[in-house]
Design a protein around this ligand. Structure first.
Ligand code: FAD
Ligand code: NAP
Length: 337
């Protein structure tokens, strides 16, 4: 295992910011991780686990040890009438993992096709799309405690998954490195087509009886059409979470904006953050080398050569415009380092 110094993270963050890590290492095993923890401790530096870099903003050079989690492996653990249990190393690419589960006749993650990043990062924000979240099929995960060096197993309950949230963003933040994740997927497929775009696309492709592969392709094609490819236009997907508001505030907003997009959510209402930004006149907005994507205002993009401060300045501007217009606070989804 080679620890590199002053390593460029430009190819390892999907905004493409030109930022260096003081130290960097590629870890392919738990043993590598233990060595990395020991190294960071002797240098008295924080250790930052890194997957695909698709949900973070590197705000400048990093006085830390960045550990690229590259632990491989995926296998079927058991196959029963209703359920196929699978496990994967944290370094596996999420989309390739999803395609592999389908090839193993293990269903459920087709709606999460083409989400960038790694298996190990998926539990951090309980990734979700098109009405499915990983918590729906989660079995357990193993994670290395950075403080004690012990490997600990987390159950569904332990992870305290919420909407784009988990214990790893809250009380266990910065404490664990996820090394592998196990899921209990469906042996028999049933479609989850509550999202309008996906339902229409599925119908168009399958004469009304799609299978999981058709759905995976449909999701991938919708995403390719609607979202910018980070290799061509730097971005981290949705930049803000959808705000959740109470009934009284929604009613007040509906009086001014009858076409506001809102969905029932755990006794309250989830507003589409993209709609708020769009209605505030900021879809396709450009401020120097950063802006909002012209097809989805919730995605902030680096048009080329932007600095992290340009992006963070744009984020503040959007938050302030939306606050002033709607009285709603937008919370950033990617983590800033
Ligand atoms: P990174 O960005 O590398 O890391 C994110 C955070 O997790 C960091 O804090 C990091 O320290 C931590 N971390 C990473 N790996 C580990 C590990 N093994 N152990 C402990 N901590 C770790 N998200 C969705 O939920 N739904 C979507 O539909 C979606 N679509 C997207 C579309 C695009 C075009 C893009 C660019 C992003 C999208 N995202 C989406 C966000 C992102 O892809 C996910 O959050 C993904 O899980 C991040 O994975 P990553 O490996 O890139 O994590
Ligand atoms: P969309 O379909 O245009 O929908 C806009 C918003 O409305 C979404 O945020 C979604 O909430 C919500 N929504 C739509 N239909 C819904 C329904 N039937 N029930 C409940 N909520 C509904 O969104 P999009 O931008 O094209 O994205 C499609 C999916 O991919 C969404 O699930 C989105 O979260 C996900 N995605 C996530 C990221 C990310 O970085 N986090 C990036 C791109 C896409 P939800 O977001 O809660 O689903």
């Amino acid at each position: 295992m080679r620890i590199l110094e002053n390593y460029s993270l430009q190819a390892l963050n999907t905004f493409g910011f030109r930022v260096n890590a003081r130290y960097f290492v590629d870890a392919v095993s738990v043993e590598n991780l233990r060595e990395a923890i020991a190294f960071a401790s002797t240098k008295n530096l924080p250790l930052v686990p890194l997957g695909g870099g698709s949900n973070l903003v590197l705000s400048g050079d990093q006085e830390a040890l960045f550990v690229h989690i590259n632990i491989p492996g995926k296998k079927v653990i058991s196959r029963e009438d209703e359920c196929v249990t699978v496990t994967a190393g944290a370094g596996e690419n999420w989309h390739e993992f999803v395609r592999w589960t389908l090839s193993e006749q293990a269903f459920g993650f087709e709606n999460l096709s083409l989400i960038p990043g790694s298996v190990g990062a998926a539990p951090i924000q309980n990734i979700g799309a098109y009405g499915v979240e990983i918590k729906d099929y989660f079995r357990s995960l193993d994670a290395l405690d950075i403080q004690s060096g012990e490997l600990k197993s987390f159950s569904l309950e332990d992870c305290r998954f919420g909407y784009r949230d988990s214990i790893f963003k809250q009380s266990a933040r910065d404490r664990f490195i996820i090394t592998s994740v196990s899921f209990a997927l469906d042996a028999r497929w049933s479609p989850r087509l509550s999202y309008g775009d996906l339902q229409q696309e599925a119908e168009r492709r399958s004469d009304g009886s799609p299978d999981a592969f058709v759905i995976s392709e449909a999701v991938s094609d919708i995403r390719r059409e609607k979202l910018p490819d980070p290799l061509k236009l730097g971005n981290a997907g949705s930049f803000f979470k959808n705000p959740v508001v109470n009934e009284a505030l929604l009613k007040k907003m509906q009086a001014d904006y009858p076409d506001i997009v809102a969905y029932p959510f755990e006794g309250r209402w989830k507003l589409a953050a993209g709609w708020l930004i769009d209605r505030a006149g900021l879809k396709g907005f450009r401020q120097g080398s950063v802006g909002t994507y012209h097809k989805q205002a919730l995605v902030l993009v680096n048009h080329g050569g932007a600095e992290p401060d340009d992006l963070l300045g744009l984020a503040k501007h959007i938050q302030s415009v939306v606050r002033n217009k709607f009285g709603v606070e937008l919370e950033m989804e990617p983590r800033v380092y």
